[in-house]
Write a protein that binds this ligand. Structure first.
Ligand code: ATP
Length: 371
């Protein structure tokens, strides 16, 4: 395999390979980097896997600036000649409960044992880095073949039970690369979703994975549609009310650009308690700190048209006068100041109002309130 890095990075990689030989460890590229290169893409991040202890190896190098060390996982973040490079030790992981964060049981294991903890065959290909800058492919799960066929396959039948976020990672790869789950994987996923075990589930990990899934606005609509139609929501909850038409409509109504954020919030946020607003002032005050995304999600969850009134008619209303202006007019400090400001705001919130500027507001106060 060939990797098209620039000359500077090639030199760094070559030095690292020579140092690894001297230190007596093998180093590899693995996961997304190898997958992307095999798919003809240029790698962005450089992660190096050390078959052994990465921390000890990195500490032996005098041309590396160590940024941080994570001892429990055997990982090191570094900078080498201005390039950020992360190192990881090969490790064995176990899942004592379905969906929990894995426990690391060994740091510095054989490369094969590290590859088997990974999600899909396409992400479990290693490329050994040699000083000649040749890369020797280690593909024990036939990942290269699955890349060429566009198939997503886990490495063992308990994989989705161990970590159901792999279902969501799989959906992400499916949409990004136009791949498909293998028929066997479809069965394993549906079997997990029939009886999901959420007791030990790491919600943080699910949220992190959903964040990645919805990081692309182009794919967000397909992602949420499949999340609903394939029942992937069962990883988190029993029911998920979703209507694509309503979502598309709301996105138009609120002129949303960040579709991924709306989808994510729609999935993760509980329905709000519905409020019976008695005035435009109440609507204004309630939604004042809502972003357009928040408004859109609130509308989707409640169908409350007041969100549209706020978005279309009230959102841009601002009060120009301040309490100090009222004191300068001669009003006394106290509750009256807040009451008057509310009345001016309320008047401005009426559709046909002609109170716009600072002067309009002052005149309105003078006409309406006695000193
Ligand atoms: P990209 O960054 O392009 O989305 P990636 O595969 O590099 O793809 P990462 O989340 O950075 O994505 O993961 C790096 C590697 O770590 C993966 O290729 C895979 O081998 C492994 N990995 C990540 N998440 C899991 C998981 N939940 N279960 C098993 N292995 C995982």
């Amino acid at each position: 395999m060939q990797i098209k890095f620039n000359d500077k990075i090639n030199q760094i990689i070559k030095n690292l390979a020579l140092e690894a030989q001297r230190f007596g460890v093998k180093i590899y590229f693995v996961g997304g980097l190898v997958r992307d290169v095999l798919m003809g893409k240029t790698p962005l991040d450089i992660d190096i896997l050390v078959e052994g202890n990465a921390i000890d190896f990195v500490k032996s190098l005098d041309f590396v600036e160590i940024k941080s060390i994570h001892k429990d996982f055997g990982t090191v973040k570094t900078e080498i000649s201005g390039v950020n490079i992360d190192f990881a030790s090969t490790r064995i992981e176990e899942y004592p409960k379905s969906g929990c964060l894995p426990h690391v049981t060994k740091i510095g294991c054989d490369i094969k044992d590290d590859l088997i903890r990974r999600d899909f065959t396409i992400n479990a290909i290693a490329a050994r880095i040699l000083p000649s800058l040749d890369y020797e492919i280690i593909d024990i799960f036939n990942g290269c073949n699955d890349i060429s066929k566009g198939v997503l396959k886990v490495l063992h039948k308990n994989s989705y039970i161990d970590d159901p976020t792999r279902i969501l990672r799989g959906l992400d790869f499916k949409l990004r690369f136009n791949f498909n789950f293998s028929p066997e994987d479809e069965k394993l996923i549906q079997s997990y979703l029939k009886n999901p075990d959420r007791e030990g589930l790491s919600k943080d990990r699910v949220i992190l994975t959903l964040n990645k899934l919805f990081s692309s606005n182009e794919r967000a609509m397909s992602a949420i549609s499949e999340f609903s139609s394939c029942c992937y929501y069962k990883i988190l909850f029993d029911e998920f009310l979703f209507n694509k038409e309503n979502l598309e409509n709301a996105i138009k109504l609120f002129d949303i650009k960040d579709i991924g954020r709306v989808c994510l919030k729609y999935i993760l946020e509980a329905p709000p308690v519905e409020i019976k607003f008695k005035s435009r002032l109440e609507i204004y005050k309630y939604f004042k700190n809502f972003s357009d995304v928040d408004l859109c999600v609130y509308y989707l969850k409640t169908n409350d048209k007041n969100t549209l009134i706020y978005f279309n008619e009230l959102k841009n209303v601002v009060l120009n006068i301040k309490g100090l202006d009222l004191l300068n007019l001669g009003f006394r400090q106290g509750k009256i100041i807040g009451d008057i400001l509310d009345k001016v705001l309320e008047a401005k919130l009426i559709k046909s109002t002609n109170i716009v500027t600072f002067e309009d507001e002052i005149n309105f106060v003078k006409e309406t309130f006695k000193l």
